[in-house]
Ligand binder design. Structure first.
Ligand code: ARG
Length: 464
């Protein structure tokens, strides 16, 4: 028996099993089953309110949809079939089995094109606050650790070479800021997501006297598309999500990279908790930062989803084309990747142990106080360029003889300038170098305290 398709009226033959399976999306778009039912409920309530459907018919459909939704919540799935191609036709078919041919009235003044767009808007709208909450949890972990480490001094790097000593709290708050921009990007993403395409129908609107404002209200959407062609063919809100997710993963990946370095034997700045590490099946001593590596690795698939959809969309003429069925798996996977990545990262930060002594030790004997000496000389009236040259030569001498800048005697300092005083030795201490970088946003302890207060205020506002 050939399968009977909902659109089968003008067809005399059905496709092969391979073709039907290839064209179907039910394998993955069942992820939007709740959204599909919710979207249909908004549509049918509008059809009832505008008297396009008799109230009795609309009520039967509403009751049937609620029962299907309850079943879905209870069982976690429904008897979906590839014969019904996608989630939209599967739900409609289940409704028909439940309430009979009156179910066919649900699709009045609607097309699967505005239906699928509506479902996807609902899906993203529901996930955005979850992503933002997970970001806040990570930011809180960073702030808590920064609060305990304002005065923890560590090497700051450029080119992965010791550059200048910094506060570890300052370092953590740099990531707080990066994640705050992620929060703001996802918040903005809502503007283009919280907008209803429902009622755009196939592409041109409908001759039924529908009320799109009302269905948008039933959907809980703040706005509606002004142009029906745009409504059914826009996937910018998905691309924005994937772009935001890619930037977020890039941030997480950079942090992972550092965690991996820092828990290595060579650095030893931190130790990850046992709960976020794994062992080796052959080397008994191993404690591997698998989770940091895995988040770093998962960055690739999220970038891939962004590139995939950008490429899918780039050649699509208005309005709906089947290519757009490819818009879903990427975002579903991106959501399933970023949410646990954020939670794992928050857990890793909350539970890691900071080896303050190792961090501190790394700021000695490393010439990262060279800028301090150059600044000191410049403060004594020697032009900075000349001071830089002088200190460069002192560093070279020190490397050759195995001495630090603080080992230079007063006598030798006086050969450079008689204006140099005993206080030069104080300036060369790493913690003093950090303390003195008190320019706005700098690593000076006072500045870090101020940044911390601002970060806390951002998170406190969020709690309300
Ligand atoms: N399964 C389709 C998708 O995900 C739904 C829209 C189908 N519309 C159509 N005209 N074939 O894009």
């Amino acid at each position: 028996m050939p399968i009977k398709r909902m659109w089968g009226g003008r067809f005399q033959a059905t496709g092969s099993d391979l073709a039907n399976t290839f064209g179907a999306s039910i394998f993955f778009d069942q992820e939007m089953a709740h959204e599909d039912i919710f979207g249909s409920l908004a549509h049918v309530k509008m059809l009832k309110a505008t008297k396009i459907l008799p109230a009795a018919d609309a009520d039967k459909i509403i009751k049937g949809l609620h029962e299907i939704d309850d079943q879905l919540t209870k069982d976690g799935s429904l008897p979906f079939t590839v014969d019904d191609e996608d989630i939209h036709m599967n739900i409609e078919d289940l409704l028909t089995k439940k309430i009979g041919p009156v179910a066919g009235k649900l699709h009045t003044g609607r097309s699967r094109n505005d239906q699928v767009a509506t479902d996807l808007h609902l899906y993203v709208k529901e996930r955005l606050p979850k992503v933002i909450d997970a970001l806040y949890e990570l930011q809180q972990a960073l702030v808590d650790q920064a609060a305990e480490n304002v005065h923890t001094v560590m090497p700051g790097y450029t080119h992965m070479q010791h550059a200048q000593p910094i506060s570890y709290g300052h370092y953590l708050l740099a990531y707080f800021q990066m994640f705050q921009r992620d929060v703001e990007r996802f918040q903005f993403n809502m503007k283009h997501t919280d907008i209803s395409p429902l009622g755009a129908a196939a592409l041109a609107g409908t001759s039924f006297p529908i009320d799109r404002q009302l269905s948008a209200k039933y959907l809980g959407m703040s706005d509606l598309y002004d142009n029906s062609l745009d409504a059914v063919s826009d996937r910018d809100f998905v691309l924005e999500f994937l772009s935001n997710a890619s930037i977020l993963m890039m941030h997480l990946s950079r942090l992972c990279e550092e965690l991996v370095y820092w828990c290595s034997h060579e650095f030893g700045y931190i130790e990850l908790s046992d709960s976020y590490s794994t062992g080796s099946s052959i080397m008994p001593q191993k404690k591997n930062p698998d989770f940091a590596e895995l988040i770093r690795g998962k960055t690739g698939r999220v970038y891939g989803h962004l590139m995939g959809l950008l490429t899918t969309m780039k050649g699509i003429p208005l309005a709906y084309n089947k290519d757009m069925q490819e818009d879903k798996e990427g975002i579903f996977d991106a959501v399933k990747t970023i949410l646990p990545s954020l939670k794992i990262m928050a857990g890793m930060i909350k539970t890691l142990h900071v080896n303050k002594d190792k961090m501190d030790a790394a700021t000695h004997h490393d010439f990262s106080n060279a800028t301090e000496l150059a600044d000191y000389l410049a403060g004594k009236g020697i032009p900075f360029r000349q001071a830089h040259e002088i200190v460069g030569e002192l560093v070279l001498k020190g490397i050759k003889s195995g001495h630090d800048l603080s080992d230079i005697s007063m006598e030798e300092f006086h050969k450079i300038s008689p204006k140099i005083d005993e206080d030069v030795y104080h300036c060369l201490k790493p913690e003093v170098a950090v303390e003195r970088r008190n320019s706005y946003g700098g690593t000076g302890f006072k500045q870090v305290e101020e940044q911390l207060a601002k970060a806390k205020a951002i998170l406190a506002k969020q709690d309300k």
